[in-house]
Design a protein around this ligand. Structure first.
Ligand code: HEC
Length: 141
């Protein structure tokens, strides 16, 4: 299951966001980071936890056999994915993007605007070590 999850994410999730193309998302705007922090605290913290640390033993599965919430703080694999992929995961949820995938994270298209989603990504990136941040900016251009 983990293997499938990884392959799926390795295929860039294209489409659906052509109207929206100002990637890469940087950490240059403090306003954007603060806005993202609020959206994160309102929508994401219950699963991805404070300091974006993810669920305990996140590499295992939960009692229902579902993937647990991974850390978003640079210790997991979030920085392996480009901005378009991350934006789409947050907007639509993997469940909607990947046929047959079962998981607990729903998409936020009804609750967060594209700008909100980008702000959350700026906030998430503000946690990443410099080398991971720069690598991810490189693949998001
Ligand atoms: C109900 C729990 C839950 C909530 C709430 C939630 N997530 Fe997730 N998130 C997950 C799980 C579980 C995964 C693993 C993929 C899957 O199963 O869908 C995930 C995966 C991700 C990923 C991919 C990370 C990676 O390293 O590949 C990102 C990015 C993400 N979530 C961001 C967010 C953001 C931003 C919010 C709030 C707007 C949020 N999540 C809310 C549970 C949650």
């Amino acid at each position: 299951m983990k293997f499938i999850f990884f392959i799926i994410l390795s295929i860039s999730l294209t489409g659906n966001s052509s109207a929206h193309n100002h990637f890469p998302i940087t950490i240059d705007s403090e306003l954007m980071i603060n806005r993202g922090k609020i959206a994160y605290e309102n929508n994401c913290v219950s699963c991805h936890m404070v300091n974006l640390a993810g669920a305990e033993n996140w590499k295992g599965v939960d009692e229902d056999g579902h993937q647990k919430a991974p850390p978003l703080n640079g210790t997991g694999h979030t920085w392996h994915h480009d901005d378009k992929t991350l934006h789409n995961i947050i907007k639509y949820g993997l469940v909607k993007l990947v046929e047959g995938y079962e998981g607990k994270m729903m998409g936020y298209e009804d609750n967060l605007s594209d700008q909100d989603i980008d702000s959350v990504l700026a906030y998430i990136k503000s946690y990443w070590p410099k080398d991971k941040y720069e690598h991810q900016i490189g693949i998001s251009k």
